[in-house]
Write a protein that binds this ligand. Structure first.
Ligand code: XMP
Length: 511
């Protein structure tokens, strides 16, 4: 176990993530946690994070000096590094130049345990106003930058290390190597932690926290809410109620698939409520073609439906949110939807649901880790590896007005597309792919007849972060096969287009 002692910096979750990437279990505690509690956990190492304060000011976050006398290796990052010096005889002052951004780092002590396999010069991410002007006794400088005489330091005999920059952010080229070195070379961790431990511990912690309380969860069938729901069901069983709102804008058969897994005949012990609200959504969307308006309507209606169900249940003790770490940092993957905001962000919580507390079991996990947890929990692979699906669903994959007929067209076309991509073995290579219904109708000929029908647009993109993306170069044969099948099998489609626009300037979704 590595403990991350949180002093309020913006990258603290990232520090924990980097530790876990080394297969070392890691927990984050507030700097207000008493030393006794930290000692009881018997950590192999402690990392002090950055934070917004200036350690020499009277009301700033601080910690007992005894922390450094436990014989446990300590690594201070940014504020943590300054605080360690402040407490152990060094000096921290306000710098004349604020150092912010990518900076060239020069290693002065190449044989430092933390700098193994780190070149003499590399780029690191700095963000600080205060700097360490003098080191306490027993410490030595291990690297510097142009504006920062002490970019890192150590007292190897006592296993105390400090780094002024942020090794946890990706802009620090060798940051992950340095953190890995601290974990392996200094803390001597065995690096054998796996997701099973996280899952097991989370379930235990939820059990303790919830006791006999009642828990409510909005289940969308997406990866995050599914994993959260299963975790909760393993912890509290039938004290969990999941409300699944089928807004009629899901992919083909998706509602039934979700019900098959979570419903009464499914694999889990929980109360499952499916609300078939398609007609409600369609009637609200009738005549509306402006994308933002559609998004708002879908988001609001979703909340209304959820609210009505929650009211029927009455008071609950806990509300589960499938918030994951990226939701915490930003607000979702570039989506600006009401649903994402109201469901994934603490700020946008439904305030009409009567509950005492929120549980966010995935708050510290990144998407790939959520998937790992899902597999660990035995959730079917087709749910775990589901590609992202926007909250407003097919509502934003039908350009212009949404009708039941159009939903059916796009569902059928999309199902064919997905089936063929799967058959071609491409599903893992493409990050997101779907069929959308353009609002365009054009003339065609089928048999001896003239047709005047819709055009389907196929989209397939490769992306890492969903903020930028490029169109996948799908094999021609696959496109041809999909096109033929769609035109032959889906009524009211007589043309298929492949969208090769990248993002930017396009977006991944069409609306
Ligand atoms: P765009 O279209 O903005 O999409 O390039 C980027 C990623 O975000 C997803 N997306 C959403 N997800 N609610 C969501 O939960 C939304 O309102 C929303 N809009 C877009 C989109 O599918 C893609 O993965």
């Amino acid at each position: 176990l590595i403990i991350v002692l949180d002093f309020g910096g913006q990258y603290n979750q990232l520090v924990a993530r980097r530790v876990r990437e080394n297969n070392v279990y890691c927990e984050i505690y507030s700097y207000k946690t008493p030393l006794e509690e930290i000692k009881k956990k018997n950590p192999k190492g402690i990392i002090l994070t950055g934070g917004p304060d200036s350690c020499y000011l009277p009301d700033s976050a601080t910690y007992s000096k005894e922390l450094f006398e436990l014989g446990v290796p300590v690594l201070g990052l940014c504020y943590g590094a300054q605080l360690m010096q402040h407490l152990l005889g060094g000096k921290v002052e306000r710098a004349s130049v604020r150092e912010y951004g990518k900076i060239k780092l020069t290693v002065d002590k190449a044989d430092s345990a933390v700098f193994e396999n780190v070149p003499k010069e590399s780029i690191v991410w700095m963000s600080h106003t205060d700097y360490i002007s003098k080191l306490g006794e027993g410490f030595e400088i291990t690297s510097h930058s142009d504006d920062c005489p002490v970019a890192s330091y150590e007292n190897a005999a006592k296993n105390l290390y400090g780094i002024q920059f942020h090794p946890e952010v990706l802009h620090s080229e060798y940051g992950h190597v340095m953190l890995g070195n601290f974990i392996k070379n200094v803390c001597k961790c065995e690096c054998n932690w796996k997701m099973d431990a996280f899952v097991e511990n989370s379930i235990k912690a939820i059990k303790e926290k919830v006791g006999n309380g009642k828990v409510l969860c909005a289940l969308s069938g997406g990866v995050d809410s599914s994993v959260a729901a299963v975790m909760l069901s393993k912890a509290v069983g039938e004290n969990l109620t999941c409300v699944f709102v089928d807004h009629g804008l899901l992919r083909k058969n998706e509602g039934d698939e979700v019900e098959a897994v979570f419903g009464p005949n499914g694999n889990y012990k929980l109360n499952f409520i499916r609300v078939n609200a398609a007609d409600r959504f369609y009637s609200k969307l009738a005549g509306v073609s402006e994308p933002e308006k559609k998004r708002k309507i879908i988001g609001e209606e979703f909340i209304r439906v959820f609210e009505e169900e929650a009211k029927k249940i009455g008071k609950v003790d806990f509300l589960v949110q499938g918030t994951i770490y990226p939701d915490v940092v930003e607000s979702g993957l570039g989506g600006e939807s009401v649903v994402i905001k109201s469901h994934h962000n603490v700020g946008g919580l439904p305030d009409y649901v009567d509950f005492k507390e929120i549980i966010e079991p995935l708050r510290d996990l990144f998407k790939d880790e959520v998937r790992k947890a899902g597999l660990e929990l035995g959730i079917p692979k087709h749910l775990v590896f589901r590609q992202p699906f926007p909250g407003p669903g097919l509502g934003i994959r039908i350009i212009g007005e949404v009708t039941a007929e159009k939903v059916k067209i796009v569902q059928d076309a999309d199902a064919i597309y997905r089936e063929e991509i799967d058959k071609a073995g491409l599903s893992q290579e493409i990050n997101q792919y779907f069929a959308a219904l353009t609002n365009m109708r054009s003339v065609g000929v089928m048999g001896d007849y003239r047709t005047y029908d819709y055009a389907i647009a196929l989209r397939a993109v490769k992306t890492i972060d969903f903020m930028t993306a490029e169109a996948a170069r799908l094999p021609w044969e696959v496109l041809e096969k999909v096109t033929n099948r769609i035109i032959n099998e889906v009524d009211h489609v007589n043309r298929v287009l492949y969208d090769i626009t990248s993002k930017p300037p396009g977006t991944i979704e069409l609306e």
